[in-house]
Ligand binder design. Structure first.
Ligand SMILES: C[S@@+](CC[C@H](N)C(=O)[O-])C[C@H]1O[C@@H](n2cnc3c(N)ncnc32)[C@H](O)[C@@H]1O
Length: 216
């Protein structure tokens, strides 16, 4: 086994929900990144989300987007590989009194094409840790109805992307950095028509690319 395989754990490993929330609520970088992320993602959701929609969310983590989503649509199914994150999310949903969210354990790449097709899918974070981006996007497209929307992000091959790559080494998670053009091309190849994009980050070239696309 090579050293990289021995060092890195899966993208669902090593998460501490309390620490994760602390970073985004108490550090300058975390507050700035979350504010930018939310502004962009809520703007995109505004254009596509309808109250009747049934939504699939991969990698909900602590539920930063799950809670507002659940309040604005009929049903949310979440797919999360980390049991620690899932437990935190379940407690949060209970506290919020939300009963229209079904929290399941799993990974994006393992999603199988079932008869349960969704009006929309949100994937904020998971694609950082998926080695084969095409495989991840194919799984995402397979979960959607024709015309269904998706909003996902990928980390960029930029100095800020490398900074994130190094940070995540501490948690022994491997981040896969991408070019924006490569991501858009792969999305189109997997049957996702890209409608809008934006960049989040505290530097000129940014940290990640956010994409809104529809299944053709
Ligand atoms: C950076 S957090 C983002 C959490 C949340 N979406 C947010 O924006 O606050 C990434 C989440 O994705 C999950 N994750 C990692 N790899 C995944 C995969 N292959 N499929 C689904 N979720 C994954 C992690 O366990 C973690 O909860």
């Amino acid at each position: 086994m090579n050293i990289s395989k021995r060092w890195f754990r899966s993208g669902g490993a090593g998460w501490h929900p309390g620490l994760y929330e602390w970073f985004f609520s108490n550090t300058r970088r975390g507050i700035e990144l979350r504010a930018q992320d939310e502004e962009l993602i809520y703007g995109l959701l505004e254009a596509v989300l309808r109250p009747t929609h049934s939504i699939l969310e991969f990698g909900p983590g602590t539920g930063n987007y799950t809670v507002p989503l659940a309040r604005r649509c009929t049903r949310v199914v979440t797919i999360e590989p980390s049991e620690t994150m899932q437990e935190y999310l379940r407690r949060r949903l209970e506290q919020e009194g939300l009963t229209n969210v079904e929290a399941r354990l799993g990974r994006l790449q393992d999603w199988v094409d079932t008869s349960d097709k969704f009006d929309g899918a949100l994937v904020i974070g998971p694609l950082y840790y998926v080695r084969d981006l095409k495989e991840g996007l194919l799984a995402l497209a397979a979960a959607l109805k024709h015309g269904g929307w998706s909003i996902f992000n990928v980390p960029l091959l930029t100095p800020e992307g490398w900074f994130q790559f190094l940070n995540e080494l501490l948690a022994r998670r491997r981040v896969y950095l991408r070019y924006a053009e490569e991501t858009i091309k792969l999305a189109e190849e997997t049957g996702l028509k890209v409608e809008r994009t934006g960049t989040v980050g505290t530097t000129r070239k940014g940290l990640n690319l956010v994409v809104q696309a529809r299944r053709v």
